[in-house]
Structure formats: structure tokens, C-alpha cells
Design a protein around this ligand. Structure first.
Ligand code: FES
Length: 171
């Protein structure tokens, strides 16, 4: 195990402990603790779950089961860009699932996953309140209108350009 990984793990434990200080050791606090730790770290690393299990005096497997049961929790770090396909009624009627399939194919990942280069993560959301723009995909917290499969390519292309620009600037 490299030094960097060890350092990251102890940082995760430190930040988790910091949050736990504000809670009582009651199992009923599990969900709010998980939400706050994820809010801070962006996801729920194994070290954080172990720390929480120890604090609440419960088996780690029980914490893990709760995390995997609720799809609000993430086991992987988020990507640089978040892609959220709306599957509310209006978007569903206008082909939200077809759009979701297009994202899955183009990114090579399933919903709830992050691309191996950590550029994108893909998930679904319920109605985001812009039904007249259906089918909607929320890209980095901004709802994009009428995202049909052909538009998926255009959005990805603009990110590709941005990535090229970033890598040129860092040379
Ligand atoms: S159903 Fe997608 S924005 Fe309302």
C-alpha cells in the first residue's frame, strides 16, 4: 500500500471522527451520520464506514447494507462532472430511458458508477421541475433541455474540448 493511500485513509478517518463528535452513539443516528460524512467526503469510503460502525457499536456489514440499500449513498468517489438523467413522468414519456441508455453506452458505465478516469459519474433523478424541457439531463447541476441521444454526443464533445484545453494549460 502506498504512502499516499495510507495518508488518504487516515485523513478519511480524521474527518469522519470530526463529524461523529457531534452525534450520540445511537443507531438511529446512522442515516444522518452517513449523509453528513458523504456531504463532506463526496462518497462513503470503507474507512469511514468502519469508523462509523465502531462508533455506533454495530457490525460493519450492517452499515454497508444500509449504504447499498439507499441509492442516495455512493461507494465510489464522484467524477469531475455529474450527469443526472431525469426519469420523472414527463421525461420518461419523452424518452428519458433512451437518453439514459445513450449516456450509458457513450460513457461505458451503468447508473451509480463513475468512469475509470474519474471524469464522469452517471445517475438518475426524479422530476427536477423543468418538465417543459423534457427529456432533461442535469449536467453539473444545470438542467439541459431536450437531451436526446444525439445531444449526448454534443455535450460530451464540449467536455472533451475543455479537457484538451486543461491538459494544454498544464503542459
Ligand atoms: S419529469 Fe423531468 S423535469 Fe419533470
Amino acid at each position: 500500500m502506498t504512502m499516499t493511500v495510507l495518508k488518504e485513509q487516515s485523513e478519511v478517518r480524521r474527518q469522519t471522527k470530526q463529524i461523529l463528535k457531534r452525534y450520540g452513539r445511537r443507531r438511529g443516528n446512522l442515516i444522518p451520520i452517513l449523509q453528513e460524512v458523504q456531504g463532506k467526503l463526496g462518497y462513503l469510503p470503507q474507512e469511514a464506514m468502519l469508523e462509523i460502525a465502531e462508533f455506533l457499536n454495530m457490525p460493519a456489514i450492517d452499515v454497508y447494507s444500509v449504504v447499498t440499500f439507499y441509492n442516495q449513498f455512493r461507494l465510489n468517489p464522484p467524477g469531475r462532472h455529474s450527469i443526472r438523467v431525469c426519469l420523472g413522468t414527463a421525461c420518461h414519456m419523452k424518452g428519458g430511458y433512451i437518453t439514459l441508455d445513450a449516456w450509458k453506452r457513450r460513457l461505458g458505465i451503468d447508473r451509480g458508477e463513475t468512469t475509470p478516469d474519474r471524469e464522469f459519474d452517471l445517475d438518475t433523478v426524479a422530476c427536477v421541475g423543468c418538465c417543459t424541457m423534457a427529456p432533461v439531463t442535469v449536467v453539473d447541476d444545470k438542467p439541459q433541455a431536450k437531451v436526446e441521444p444525439t445531444k449526448v454526443d454534443g455535450i460530451l464533445l464540449s467536455f472533451e474540448r475543455e479537457r484538451e484545453k486543461r491538459s494544454k494549460e498544464s503542459q
